[in-house]
Each structure stands twice: as C-alpha cells, then as structure tokens.
Design a protein around this ligand. Sequence first.
Ligand SMILES: [Fe+2]
Ligand SMILES: [Fe+2]
Length: 472
Amino acid sequence: MSKSDEKIPIDSVLLLPDGKGINKAYIDIILQEEIPVLCINQNNKKKKLISFKVLCDNNENFWQQSGSWKYFLSSEDFGKIKEKSAVKTGDWELERPKKTAAANKEKKAEKGYGDELEKFAEMSVEDKANHLAFDKSQLDMLLSKTGDDKAVAEALVNSTKDAALINHLVFEEALHVIDEEAKKLTQSIVDNTHEMVKSSVQLMSEEFLNNNLMNTLVEKSNGTIVQHMTRVFLNGVAFLSYFNNLVSTSSAIQKLRISFVDKYRKFYHSLLPGFPADNIILERVFMGGMRAIPPDMLNKWSVGFLIHDIGKASAVEYHEGEATYDRDIVIEHVKLGYKSVMSKTNYPIEASLITGYHHEYYGDPSGYGYFRAYLKQFKKQNPEAKQEYCITYDVNPIMDFKALAYFPAKVLEIIDVYDSVTDPNRVYHDAMTPKEALVMMREEFIEKHHKLDAILFDIFADFISEKQKALK
Ligand SMILES: [Fe+2]
Ligand SMILES: [Fe+2]
C-alpha cells in the first residue's frame, strides 16, 4: 500500500455492487474530478488507490462485477460529489456535456452562435438594424395572409434567430464603450428588435405554432445558444398567448379557485409562511389577481425572453465547451446580462429584470440571481417587512419587495428548464420527450423542491399537452 492510500479514512463509503448510492451524475463528476478509488481485495486485504477513470477505461461497470475486489470512495470525496451533483441538477440549462469521443468531435464543429454569426459580424450597425426591419416586414406580410403554417414558422424562426445573433454582436461591442456611447450604439437595434418582437407576438396570437415544424427550422442553424434563445422566445410568446386566452375566455380562474385549497395551498404557504393558512388564496399568489397580460406588457416581456441569455456573450467558450462545471461562470451570465441590458441599452426595465431574475427558483439555494441578493439587503435594513404576494405582474412591487417573484421571470424559468431537458443537442443527457420532461419537472422542481411556480407549471403542462395532441 502506498503512503497516499493511508489518507483514505476507515469510514469510507462503499460503492455498492448493485449501483445503489451511486448514480450516473455522480460518475460523471468522479470522472471529471479524477477522484481516486480505494480498491480492497477481500481475500488478502491488499489495498490499491487507483483512478476511477483508469478502472473505468478497463471495465465500464467495474464496481458492479462480483469478484474479490471491493471499491471505496472517501467520505470527503463522496460529500464533494454529492454537493456538486446537487448544484448541477439545480441548473439543467448549463450542465456539462458528457465525454464521448464521437459526440465531442461533433460538438466541436458547432459554435454557440453558429456559422451565421459571421454574416452579421461583417455588417455595420445600420445594416444590422435594416436587416431586422426587413425581417419585420416579412412577418407583417404574413399577418394579412392566413393558413400558410410553414411560411409563418419559417419567418418567425428566421427573424428570431437574426435578432438573437444581431443583439449578441452589438452587445459585445457595447461592452467595450462607456454607457452613454453604448446606448447610442445599440439604439437602432433596440428599436428594431422591439418592432420585430411586436410583429412576432401579433402573428403568434393568430397562429397556432406547430412545434415540430418550429424545431426542424430552428435546427437549421448550428449554434446551440442561438437555437436555445430562438426556441425559448417562440415557446415563451406562444405560452403567454395561450395563458391570455385561458384566463380571458374560460372559467379557468374559477376552477383554480375551487381546487386551490387541496391542490396548491400547501405549496404557497411554504413560500409565505408568515400568513395563516386560510389567508393563502389565489389573490395572494398573484398580486392584483390572475388576469390577462395587456399588449404593451406582453411585448416588453417578449423582448426579455429574446435576450434573456445575452450575458452568455462573454463566455461562449465556456457555455459551449467542455470545461468542468463552474458555478461562478454560470452565475456570471445573469450578472452580465442584467447589468448590460440595464446600463448599455434603452431596453425596457422589464427586459433587464427578466435577464437578471430568470434563475431565482423562489430562493432555492440551487438558483441564483440579483433578486435574492437585493432581497437579502432589503431584509437586513427592514427586518419587520414581509413579502405579501408570491408573484407580481408589475415592476414596482418587485422592486419594492412586495412580492417574491416577477411573473415573466417565473414563466421563463419553466420554459428554460423544459427547453434544456428536451434539447436534442445536449450530449450530456439524452433529450427527454415532452411527457418525460413534464414528469421530471413536476417531481424535481415542484414536489421535491419548490423552485418553479406550481400554478404556472400546471398551465404550462396543459399547453404542452394540447400542442402534442394537435400534432396527432
Ligand atoms: Fe440563463
Ligand atoms: Fe436560457
């Protein structure tokens, strides 16, 4: 036994032969971190400290084979693995890719923003703005025609993709100049993006977006970040339009009110423990009551959906690469996004809040973002003050800490997680089917942890199920 073997404590954790206690996510971390395994021969008590990876290369399931050797991890390492895994499962969006040589090779051929970025990189800001105006005119032309699903989906995907790429490029430029200059530089892009988004929202409120068609078109672009941004925007807008129809044309709110006590009270009481249980009613969940989103608000929120991950600009290499999971870099995309939308552009405040608050998870430790940081500060200064509502539609109550969450950010969290687990490009895990994704999200993000919003999630699940039915 070498000297280093002695460092392994006696209370080491056994890697059970049936795989209990050790799952796939743990193994990926063990491999990434190059964690060693203590091998003990049960016959002669001989010990060896060997890298898990070396053993794995030799036999993929070595610890599950019966034989004279048993395998152990130190308690300290096991704790580290568990902690890393918890952080990772809390952030599906940015999980590291699984290492398989073939998949990695394929992956390397792609860049976060794809080949099309070059085309726009060569254009002046004015030309970029004109391009967005052209995209908008294409959308407007389709507004008067009806029935051509393919043309509508194509125009929506193209304009969203273009806007995501153009915004990314102009933001990168804007980061290098002082705020005042940056605002001037980005103004024509801000205006044209806003106009293009308005037309998309209008078009989508009239057409039922065929998801399969949309996904096929999105995949034509080979940048994974731009694909994510395109799908999230289009699904987000489609969901808000579904939400508006639901709350304005059916007895949905009445139904919710009837089922509230049995189905939701416990969930929301855990978020607002300072109130007696019978005070937890639908009007306390949605400040001002659940209602349709007015058009101007809808447009501003949709702009926020489109640029929500704009902060990934500074670390594309990381977000698309194979580096070990780094929570600081992951958090950085929210910080950078929020700050740059706020200070380098004249995008509405709604859009910057969405960028900065889209991973809050109702304060769950696996989430992150600006809201929790500001709330902590506020609580320190106002120890008596308490949040009276779960969700607000409006900017002021979220800025004044009257509510725990901002409506569009809670919607975006759901769309974001759903997109990431159903994303066909993730090589870290196989893409889930819509049904699998909804089951997993309910279990992990609603029942086990109160991260997503329970009512909004149920509406989202109906939205996805109806889309699926429409495809059959
Ligand atoms: Fe994000
Ligand atoms: Fe995202």
